[in-house]
Design a binder for this molecule. Structure first.
Ligand code: NAD
Ligand code: DAU
Length: 338
């Protein structure tokens, strides 16, 4: 299988490329990434030595001529689109890049893939397109889309475009909707790595609102396997939910992490809530269980221990990715919340 993966220098894309090249000796991957603040070419630099199996292309999924050039060469069997602006807080600060990359970029990729007659296209979406749950119930694939942040609205826009491409053009697209990932290479703007670096340097841990919002945590490799199963076994036109079956309140996640790194709970600081903050996400992934044979394999306690060990062993990576742009956004965002 010859794959075009987009956004492969980000958190999930990096883990996906590493896992797939390891599992499938006959697969080769071209990784198209714009290298935004969240993308790091160094994540996969060691793979660049093996040109037959892995190639990096620096570019934007919105660039029609670049994507057409790549896809029209009759080289790829499939496309997997991870490229996105992915941070909810940044989307509140400035929604524009989210609309550009997450909607227009995704549509550009689908259009180029359609014109090039690519046989399979997996679009990686999120559980956030469904909006927020009350105390009970879970999202199923037929739950109406009701996004609450500019980020999730932009992801829902692409999901609807994927649906339209399937219905209108019979375009072989499949959509994955997964819950909160954690694991190696996650950028330290997201809850777990941010709390890890703050705790390690004895800085306060900013908890939005009352800390009782619930997320369903999945270890990143389990999500990557879900994407792989969708690619190899999924039904065209179908969206599949994935989750870790590990619902936790934010405050529990933070307390567990503090205890694992041996730091006191006195570092916790409650700050102004995120506007439009979804209360609870929970995934019913029984369709993926039945049709694809999916099951999460890492429980939250084990996954969190593995993740903390990775961050402890990769302090240099953590330092490198905290660019000037990252620091500017973080300083402004959290200053406004205290
Ligand atoms: P990330 O922010 O870590 O990485 C995004 C990558 O996309 C970066 O390498 C960035 O450089 C690249 N990129 C951004 N704009 C681009 C463009 N216009 N052209 C080419 N490349 C571009 O994101 P992530 O957490 O790895 O998420 C990957 C995908 O999975 C996203 O689509 C996200 O919506 C989805 N998702 C994430 C989670 C999660 O918990 N992180 C859960 C479910 C779904
Ligand atoms: O559910 C899947 C989604 O998970 C993905 O689609 C997104 O790309 C990904 O960023 C993630 O979104 P969240 O908003 O859930 O993740 P985040 O790590 O930003 O926040 C997790 C929870 O922690 C959320 O309820 C907000 C809270 N939080 C977050 C930060 C950064 C805090 O309380 N304090 C913080 O400083």
């Amino acid at each position: 299988m010859k794959l075009l993966v987009t956004g492969g220098c980000g958190f999930i894309g990096t883990n996906f490329i590493r896992l797939m090249l390891d599992k499938h000796p006959d697969w080769s991957i071209v990784n198209l990434d714009k290298l935004t603040y969240a993308g790091n070419r160094l994540n996969l630099m060691d793979l660049e030595e093996n040109e037959e199996r892995y190639e990096f292309v620096h570019g934007d999924i919105c660039d029609r001529s670049l994507v057409m050039d790549l896809l029209s060469g009759n080289y790829f069997d499939a496309v997997v689109n991870f490229a996105a602006e992915s941070h909810v807080d940044r989307s509140i600060n400035d929604p524009s890049p989210f609309v550009t990359t997450n909607i227009q970029g995704a549509q550009n990729l689908m259009e180029c893939a359609r014109q090039s007659k690519i046989g399979r296209f997996v679009h990686v979406s999120t559980d956030e397109v469904y909006g927020s749950l009350g105390k009970s119930g879970k999202f199923v694939e037929t739950t109406p889309l009701a996004p609450n942040s500019p980020y999730s609205a932009s992801k829902a826009g692409a999901d609807l475009m994927a649906r339209a491409y399937f219905e209108t053009y019979d375009f072989p697209v499949l959509v994955t909707r997964c819950s909160n990932n954690y694991g190696p290479y996650q950028f330290p703007e997201k809850l777990i790595p941010l709390m890890f670096i703050n705790a390690k340097s004895d800085k306060s841990l900013p908890v939005y609102g009352d800390g009782m919002n619930v997320r369903d945590w999945i270890y990143v490799d389990d999500h990557c396997v879900g994407v792989e199963l969708t690619l190899t076994k999924g039904r065209e036109g179908q969206a599949y939910n994935f989750g870790g079956d590990a619902e936790e309140t934010n405050i529990n996640v933070i307390k567990t992490l503090l205890s694992a790194v041996g730091k006191p709970e006195s570092l916790i600081t409650y700050v102004t809530d995120r506007p439009g903050h979804d209360k609870r996400y929970a995934m019913d992934f029984s369709l993926a269980e039945r049709e694809l044979g999916f099951a999460p394999s890492v429980d939250f306690k084990t996954g969190l221990e593995k993740t903390i060990k990775w961050y402890e062993a990769n302090a240099t990576w953590l330092e490198q990715v905290q660019s000037g742009e990252y620091r500017t956004f973080m300083d402004t965002w959290y200053e406004e919340r205290t």
